[in-house]
Design a protein around this ligand. Structure first.
Ligand code: GLN
Length: 193
């Protein structure tokens, strides 16, 4: 049976994630309500604007359901989604869900050259689990992961900072794997469900 995965569809580039998850072989649903969330076995929080997403989560009464969901089921946060799942957010300090033990600094690559495409060399463990080769990473006003706790495993780094990490069932990317044809990162997430 296909894995049932939700994409939080309040704001941001959720449609690109939907397509990437379908390519990776999942049964994908858009999540806008607590009932939608209850019907999926894993959840992707897309990139976008984390402050706006927080407001919409509040408006849709999804904050508590999301917190509970992350206690039991896998969540994959990219960029703004990564910010929402961190334990601590800086620049400025912002509320977050603390699913992954890390501190992130928003918009940390600066203003002038804040978006870029780079080739990452993922850790051997990532390549063994998902397939060998470099990983193209699109950064768009990305946060930088400034601290990771002992339970967090780094799967790829860029410029000396982690950009793809996992903690148990949860996965975090500060870049946008949904914008490249390579489905290894989404496949890794599906393997956690
Ligand atoms: N800069 C955004 C934020 O702080 C994140 C950017 C993104 O998701 N591409 O929420």
């Amino acid at each position: 049976m296909k894995k049932r995965v939700g994409v939080l569809a309040l704001q941001g580039d959720f449609e690109a994630h939907e397509k990437a998850l379908v390519r990776a072989g999942a049964d994908v649903r858009q999540v806008r309500t607590a009932a939608d969330m209850a019907a999926v076995d894993g959840l992707v929080i897309p990139g976008g604007e984390s402050t706006t997403m927080l407001k919409l989560l509040n408006f849709m009464d999804l904050k508590e359901p999301l917190r509970e969901f992350a206690k039991e089921k896998p969540v994959f946060g990219t960029c703004a989604g990564a910010i929402l799942l961190a334990t601590n957010v800086e620049n400025p300090v912002q509320e977050s869900f603390g699913a992954v033990d890390m501190t992130v600094e928003r918009n940390a690559y600066g203003r002038q050259i804040d978006s870029r495409v780079v080739q990452l060399t993922p850790e051997a463990d990532f390549q063994e689990r998902t397939g060998a080769g470099k990983l193209e990473a699109v950064f768009i006003r990305a946060p930088i992961i400034r601290r990771t706790g002992p339970g967090v495993k780094v799967l790829a780094e860029y410029d000396g900072s982690p950009v793809l990490v996992e903690q148990g069932r949860h996965l975090i990317a500060t870049f946008h794997p949904e914008l490249t044809p390579d489905s290894r990162v989404h496949q890794l997430f599906l393997s956690k469900i």
